[in-house]
Design a protein around this ligand. Sequence first.
Ligand code: UDP
Length: 373
Amino acid sequence: KEKKYDYLIVGAGLFGSVFAHEMTKRNKKCLVIDKRDHLGGNVYCEEKEGINVHKYGAHIFHTNDKRIWDYVNQFATFNNYVNSPVSLSKGKLYNLPFNMNTFYQLWGTKTPEEAKAVIDKQIEEYGSKSPKNLEEQALSLVGKDIYETLIKEYTEKQWGKKATELPAFIIKRLPVRYTYNNNYFNDKYQGIPEGGYNTIIEGLLEGVETKTGVDFFQDKEHLLSLADNIVYTGKIDEFYEYKYGQLEYRSLRFEHELHDMPNYQGNAVVNYNDSEYAFTRIIEHKHFEFGNQEKTIVTKEYPEQWDRSKEAYYPINNDQNQEIFRQYKKEAEKEDSVIFGGRLAEYRYYDMHQIIASSLNKVQEVLKLEANT
Ligand code: UDP
């Protein structure tokens, strides 16, 4: 074998870093490249004023899978942060996810029975038996009041589309519960890595050759000649030069602000439902780690129309885009030395724990194939 590397891994986010770690452990030679000037993809944190700033949006680790929890705990100690955002709507604050506190704030209902009676009536009036889009799904999960107070405007500003033009599954991410429990996630394990996410990335990529500031598409021929196999974690449509058309993404713009005060909003996450605010949420990073610094850093998150000059954060998985994606996927399945993985290459709304699982599964799949040849 003449090639220098077994794997060229394009993108140093979680999928690529986990893959590189597992293969390096098995004595495969890996080179990880990333077009940004740092490793870690979107989980990357930057320390400022002693605060780990989530540069590409808030990342809160949560999983139900003990195997994935143990996996990340090899690389960092997790604190006991529990995400409990509040949402501002028409001048009032509400607890999220939708729970007994929210119902009390909306209707003054005090018992699960009272709250359920209100919601069931609204579901009956407005819900649909087989919801075909996000609006119908929301109305059939929680009814009109919650939809109009806490979902519609946030969703339409987040995605830049009408809630009737968005896939239903997006809103099923949010729990609905009849207890006074403000935990945003249902998962058994949750927390923020002490020292920030960079600690995990450093652990994963220890002993792995990496190069930042390298754009795969600027030097494709040469890079491909270096390795027997490619792991590609970028946009799948870009890999195929958009030949079946361009997939749609949603972009974000982050405005970071330093404030000379110890506590700006009293919570890590405050959502802004109303359309009059161009941002969807304000993140106050120190609260992820219970920080006591004298200053604080907050980030306003502005959803933006995506174009090729911008970062693609969210795939927009509506029917039209799924149809385009299916064609790329078919093409990808025919490749025998290119592996596609992660949010952009699989065009999926993945959380961190799901990406790690998908990368570990891919490693197993590859090893099995290898053992059989
Ligand atoms: N959502 C909403 N109101 C909120 C928060 C979320 O309607 O206050 C909806 C919205 O459609 C959003 C989806 O729930 O896109 C998923 O939100 P989540 O916070 O899980 O998304 P992420 O943190 O990945 O942006």
